[in-house]
Design a protein around this ligand. Structure first.
Ligand SMILES: N[C@@H](CCC(=O)N[C@@H](CS)C(=O)NCC(=O)O)C(=O)O
Length: 302
């Protein structure tokens, strides 16, 4: 079973980041609609606790975080490449900036201006996702002003080329696009984007890419697929011995920024940038959950 199953929801910007890469590669994939707010009873049996969206499922293997999801899709289906190898470092750094810094500027104003179409408990749900020591927050006008600065950087980068790193779409475009596209729901941010001609043309270009060959399946079908599959525990060629994360140990894995639900699992293998753990859930049997090492706190259970 190698079908790509993306657990997502329509308004999820980070899901759009993955979907645009699937479109660029012309890949077939199944979408599974998950709730916009917790609880997520058809997702957490797969992940073991992680509630953020999107999550990629391939049989009984579960991939958390778009950084790892896209890295894994590239490994599985390298042609056509998402990003040429000589541009990978630059694309990764731009993606990190877009996913964190630009997203943090866009999120609050967009949510406030789109509240009418969001579930009633959306604000309470997202507030509960923030760690207790998160700052009191800056005024929304500051976020809008900072988002404008971000857009000016993108406009400058697009001055002579159709995409951020040249003539072709790369991961850098997928990451910046999902944030800018999300602000389409917020009139004050849309005004900023509309005033920038290169940025506006770039958005249209990426919107026109579509979403690949999509067919939706139900959450129950996805759970059944995981239950009927057996995870492959073979370590990849670049697996290494890491004294801090020894194979066989139980480990707690938690995002270090927001949505800090814990996954507990037994380490199967570890590489320089990825950790794979196995866990059991009565709804899905044995699964292997994969996390990027960047952005996740990994603590051994003693
Ligand atoms: N670093 C994560 C961030 C994902 C993220 O923030 N996703 C949003 C939705 S676009 C989320 O999970 N929001 C809370 C939720 O859906 O429960 C990634 O790259 O996948």
């Amino acid at each position: 079973m190698t079908d790509l199953i993306l657990h997502q929801y329509a308004m999820s910007p980070f899901s759009i980041k993955v979907i645009k890469v699937l479109a660029h590669k012309g890949l077939a994939w199944h979408g599974v609609a998950q709730p916009v707010v917790a609880p997520k009873p058809d997702l957490t049996p797969l992940t073991g606790g992680y509630r953020r969206i999107p999550v990629l499922q391939i049989g009984a293997h579960i991939y958390c975080d778009t950084t790892l999801i896209l890295r894994h899709i590239e490994r599985l289906r390298p042609s056509p490449p998402c990003t040429p190898s000589h541009q990978q470092g630059a694309a990764d750094i731009i993606a990190d900036w877009a996913d964190h810094r630009m997203f943090s500027h866009a999120a609050m104003p967009t949510v406030f201006e789109a509240l009418a179409v969001l579930p009633d408990n959306f604000l309470a749900d997202r507030a509960a996702m923030q760690p207790a020591d998160a700052g009191a927050g800056l005024p929304v006008e500051h976020s809008i002003a900072q988002f404008q600065q971000d857009c000016l950087l993108l406009e400058r980068q697009l001055a002579t080329t159709p995409f951020l790193l040249g003539d072709d779409f790369t991961l850098a475009d997928a990451a910046a696009f999902h944030v800018v596209n999300f602000t389409g729901a917020a009139p004050s941010l849309m005004k900023i984007v509309a005033s920038l001609p290169k940025l506006s043309a770039w958005i249209q270009r990426i919107q026109d890419m579509g979403e690949g060959e999509r067919s939706d399946i139900s959450p129950q079908q996805a759970l059944d697929i995981a239950r009927d599959a057996t995870p492959d525990e073979t370590p990849p060629a670049d697996a290494l011995n890491d004294a801090a994360l020894p194979v066989g140990a139980m480990v707690r894995i938690q995002p270090d920024d927001y949505g800090q639900e814990v996954t507990l699992g037994q380490i199967v293998w570890v590489t320089a940038d990825e950790l794979a753990v196995k866990r059991h859930d009565d709804a899905v049997g044995d699964v292997m959950v994969h996390y990027p090492r960047a952005g996740y706190l990994m603590t051994l259970e003693v």
